[in-house]
Design a protein. Structure first.
Length: 224
């Protein structure tokens, strides 16, 4: 059965198909996040959005969002996400009506991702900012975040040294994993206790692990 329209090529580029599909899903669900993904596919076809929003990435961020809600509550004046990549976690937080969020800053050292993160979070553009910055050079006191999120601690050579840059008492959500076979993972941990020792948080309100097919993701929520 030929489902193409008259004059339409029989084979469509996968970006066109994904763009049509995500726009349709966004219209059906009314989700600003899905609309943002469609916007990224349409305007930034080279962005690796499929990897950023794959089922494992989504599962880890749903877990982070839920445990954040249960552990620290729903109200945040200013959230900072370091290593924010395409801003998926920011979009998922904005997409959850349980949360009351004043502003989110998503930072990443890669200069090519900020424009994509802005496109993905365009529905919350008045509350979202994407910046290009080295996490070791940021003025955390000036940023005044009441929550700092880093879901890529396996990429940090000295996690405790970075956490020492945050003002005392800053609330944090941290994730790492035991996926040692990935070459870019320079600071994996074998278990949750090793992650606790690596971070050295002053106060912990949540610690746990999420098992996936190839690795376990660990998470800590607390304060420095």
């Amino acid at each position: 059965m030929n489902t193409t329209r008259p004059g339409e090529p029989t084979e469509k580029d996968w970006h066109d198909t994904a763009f049509d599909l995500t726009r349709g899903v966004a219209a059906y669900t009314g989700s600003p996040l899905i609309a943002g993904i469609a916007n990224v596919i349409g305007k930034h076809p080279d962005a690796d959005i499929g990897n950023a929003f794959n089922h494992k990435q989504v599962a880890s961020k749903i877990w982070a969002r839920q445990m954040l809600f249960e552990s620290l509550g729903p109200v945040y004046r200013n959230i900072l996400v370091v290593g924010g990549w395409y801003g998926i976690l920011s979009g998922m937080l904005f997409d959850d009506d349980r949360f009351e969020i004043g502003h989110i800053v998503s930072s990443d050292i890669d200069p090519d991702v900020a424009i994509v993160a802005k496109a993905l979070n365009r529905a919350s553009s008045d509350r979202f900012e994407a910046i290009t910055a080295d996490m070791y050079d940021m003025d955390y006191a000036a940023l005044g975040a009441d929550l700092v999120i880093n879901t890529s601690c396996e990429h940090i050579a000295d996690l405790r040294a970075w956490l020492a840059l945050l003002p005392g008492g800053t609330r944090v959500l941290l994730q790492s994993n035991d996926y040692f076979s990935e070459p870019t993972h320079i600071s994996c941990v074998p278990d949750l206790d090793a992650f606790r020792a690596q971070a050295g948080l002053r106060n912990e309100v949540f610690g746990g692990g999420l098992k996936t097919k190839n690795y376990t993701r660990f998470m800590l929520i607390g304060s420095v």
